[in-house]
Design a protein around this ligand. Structure first.
Ligand SMILES: *Cc1c(COP(=O)(O)O)cnc(C)c1O
Length: 380
């Protein structure tokens, strides 16, 4: 087959191990004819992920959004929940699907995560929980959030969809809060095509979550809660087991790409990089670039310039969740309440980063960005 189209570079691409390596897993499923409902691969993946991530209680899900929705159900969260507008829309949708009122608080300029002071200011008698996001896998201020939660008697559920494998001072980031939720979608660092997980603190809670993701069944004839179908199937779980074997390669390649971008953009006037504190490990899930007003061209012009060269950089997270039609009428959605999030969502541009990104493609991306930095306007 001859492909004469110019090569298209997506912002991310799932890592797919050699197909031959997957065949034995499929043969095993065909032989056993057990395709879902806590199968052998499902159990193995839960075990191996606990070990890899350094957590004790993990429940697999069909996707991250169902995991978020179920986490809120499992803790019977109601009323108001404080969350960030600077995230993927599923974070707030999960509240909406539980009949919970989202309350947006502004983010910190450096971490781009919920600002603890703004969380505290948003608490009302109706507040029951906080739903922060470790955006771009950069840890939230977990210690201050814990203090606030303890002081006001609030639950904390972390949307850790970006934060696979991240540790703070050697401890898994997933061990903070009452629960954490992962996504294994194809665009994430570790993927099972679609998939997700809830990490919780004790075996009893895991049992409750496992019941909820299987319609509320505890045995053949007993239904104890209005559950949902959130189960991960055996093909997904098998792929996860294979993917886990390749995580060293995935991490090394991502780190290499991240380092090349950092070197190229470190001292460019008008560009700011997202820095992660020393005591936190990184997973190189995203490469967000802040295109500030000092840069010769706007964020959107740089985005268009890359698009013109078949490079799909993405404006994550623009628009803010609070700007979508179903949320913009909320009292907390006003721009005056979210000045930092609003400013950053108009400056941020995520550049392509994934294990199979060719060096030549990355060089081209760097060249285009630098050509915009050097000239007063983009060369077209
Ligand atoms: C990807 C993502 C989700 C949703 O996960 P799915 O597995 O796609 O349902 C939720 N929150 C954030 C922050 C995400 O990036």
């Amino acid at each position: 087959m001859i492909d004469s189209k110019p090569t298209f570079t997506p912002v991310t691409q799932p890592f797919l191990p050699p197909l031959d390596e997957f065949r034995p897993y499929l043969e095993e499923i065909w032989r056993r004819k057990w395709v879902t409902n806590n199968g052998m691969f499902h159990r193995q993946l839960e075990e191996q992920l606990c070990e890899y991530l350094g957590v004790e209680h993990l429940s697999l899900f069909a996707n991250g959004t169902l995991a978020l929705i179920t986490a809120l159900q499992a803790m019977k969260i109601t009323g108001e929940v404080i969350t960030t507008p600077f995230s993927f829309v599923a974070t707030t949708h999960a509240l909406h699907w539980n009949g919970i009122k989202p309350v947006f608080a502004d983010i910190d300029r450096v971490s781009m995560n919920l600002d603890p002071e703004k969380i505290e200011a948003a608490i009302t008698p109706q507040t029951t929980a906080i739903l922060p996001v470790h955006v771009y896998a950069n840890p939230c201020d977990v210690d201050r959030i814990e203090t606030i939660a303890d002081t006001y008697g609030l639950r904390v559920i972390y949307d850790a969809a970006h934060a696979f494998g991240v540790r703070i001072r050697g401890r898994s980031i997933l061990e903070y809060g009452d629960m954490s939720v992962l996504s294994f979608h194809g665009t994430k660092v570790f993927n099972t095509f679609e998939g997700g997980a809830i990490i919780c603190r004790d075996a009893k809670t895991k049992r409750r979550i496992d019941n909820l993701k299987n319609f509320g069944f505890v045995d053949e004839t007993t239904v104890v809660a209005p559950g949902i179908n959130g189960k991960m199937n055996e093909v997904q779980a098998a792929f996860g087991l294979l993917q886990l074997k390749h995580m060293d390669h995935v991490n090394t390649e991502r780190a290499r790409i991240d380092e090349r971008y950092r070197k190229a953009f470190r001292n460019v006037r008008g560009l700011a990089l997202h820095e992660v504190p020393e005591h936190c490990t990184r997973n190189y899930a995203y490469f967000p670039l802040l295109v500030t007003p000092e840069f010769p061209v706007s964020r959107d012009d740089l985005y268009e310039e890359l698009r013109a060269h078949q490079i799909a950089a993405r404006r994550y997270f623009y628009p803010l969740i609070s700007e979508f039609p179903m949320y913009r009428g909320l009292p907390s959605s006003g721009e005056h309440n979210l000045p930092v999030a609003t400013a950053l969502s108009r400056q941020v541009l995520c550049l392509p980063i994934f294990p199979d990104l060719e060096e030549s493609a990355q060089e081209q991306i760097i060249e285009i960005v630098l050509s915009c930095a050097w000239r007063n306007r983009c060369a077209s």
